[in-house]
Write a protein that binds this ligand. Structure first.
Ligand SMILES: Cc1ncc(C[n+]2csc(CCOP(=O)(O)OP(=O)(O)O)c2C)c(N)n1
Ligand SMILES: [Mg+2]
Length: 360
């Protein structure tokens, strides 16, 4: 998958000459090459491997526990999309913040939230991030600058824009990352937010995770224009598209984008081309796509397998080092599952707490 820039695309669309568009193509190529260059250390790669594997194993365990009836309500797994949050998180600063949709467990783990607290929230226990009262889509961590988990499609976009505005207003040099799906991009509130963000040069990156489907509807069937990184053109918001199955490419494109946004350029759109292996939620049999389609993505583009191959082929880590990470991750996840089953359910009196910031 290539990296495309919205600026180059808009030039071509406005009838640029052949030579100008040839220049744009060369620029795109060098950007892609740069994104794929050996611009990484062995330690970094092993860390990305660990971070992606933690999300993968955590989600597999959550899926199992859901099947056993230990997790109720909705549960949207992030399996397949791990390179997106891992690559972006690797390019962030500690004070940067994140808001996400309901497919958010991976984002929480990437932000450094504790696997025990996330899993215990899924099982609805006191040890969970929302004391067992929020569940899968409603977890927050002020400490890790993670602002939820939002079940209403697109609702996080004005919220994220507000958080980014506050950061600018308070004079912080932070960038906000607002994740949304391809299914959210046709909503009115998204464009109202884009307008304000561009008008006030708000330091926000809108990360569109294009996993090709919104529930059971493919992007082609839902969107009149499918190049989602161009969706800010009406407001002068630049956009770029990256291969979301390659953690290094995501990280490198994100770094370029963040540098511009932190430097005061205003909002940016980063569209990452990704894929979810599981259904929309645990109750989706995914009949709208073929098994072959999923299998092809898994065998040819899996983010974890690709990184593993890169590490081994370039002798940046031994098979044993990767096995050690596998064991470490497995232990974190089984400890989280155990904690999530042994933590107490919330006391009924908790029904009346945490409803208002300042109780009436
Ligand atoms: C305002 C609103 N409309 C509809 C829904 C039902 N709904 C839940 S998820 C979803 C699809 C969203 O897809 P996308 O944004 O691509 O995210 P993905 O599930 O692929 O991560 C819809 C329509 C909702 N939760 N909120
Ligand atoms: Mg989608």
């Amino acid at each position: 998958m290539a990296t495309k820039s919205g600026a180059a695309a808009s030039k071509a669309a406005s009838g640029a000459t052949r030579s100008r568009s040839r220049k744009a193509t060369t620029a795109q190529k060098s950007r892609t090459q740069k994104a794929g260059s050996t611009n990484y250390s062995a330690d970094e790669l092993l860390k990305y491997y660990r971070d992606m594997l933690l999300i993968r194993r955590f989600e597999e365990k959550a899926g199992q526990m859901y099947g056993m009836g230990l997790i109720g309500g909705f549960c949207h797994l992030y399996i397949g999309q791990e390179a997106v949050v891992t690559g972006i998180q690797a390019s962030m600063q500690e004070s940067d913040s994140v808001v996400a949709s309901y497919r958010c467990h991976g984002h929480m783990l990437a932000c450094g939230m504790d696997a025990k607290g996330v899993m215990a929230e899924l099982t609805g226990r006191r040890g969970g991030y929302s004391k067992g009262k929020g569940g899968s889509m409603h977890m927050f961590s002020r400490e890790k600058n993670f602002f939820g988990g939002h079940g209403i499609v697109g609702a996080q976009v004005p919220i994220g824009t507000g958080i980014a505005f506050a950061q600018k207003y308070l004079g912080e040099n932070s960038v906000h990352f607002c994740y949304l799906g391809d299914g959210a991009v046709n909503q009115g509130q998204v464009y109202e937010s884009f307008n304000m963000a561009a008008l006030w040069k708000i330091p926000i990156v809108y990360v569109i995770e294009n996993n090709r489907y919104g529930m059971g509807t493919s992007v082609q069937r839902a969107s009149a224009s499918t190049e989602l990184y161009k969706r800010g053109m009406a407001y002068g918001i630049p956009g770029v598209q990256a291969d979301g199955m390659d953690v290094i490419k995501v990280r490198d494109v994100a770094r370029e984008v963040i540098q511009k946004v932190r430097g005061g350029a205003g909002p940016y759109i980063l569209e990452v081309m990704t894929y979810r292996y599981r259904g929309h939620s645990m109750s989706d049999p995914a009949k709208y796509r073929s098994r072959e389609e999923v299998q092809k993505m898994r065998s040819e583009h899996d983010p974890i397998d690709q990184l593993k191959k890169l590490i081994l082929d370039n002798k940046l880590g031994e098979e044993d080092a990767l096995k050690k990470i596998d064991r470490e991750v497995k232990d974190i996840v089984s400890d989280a599952a155990e904690f999530a089953q042994n933590s107490q359910e919330p006391d009924p009196s908790e029904l009346y707490t945490d409803v208002y910031a300042a109780p009436l």
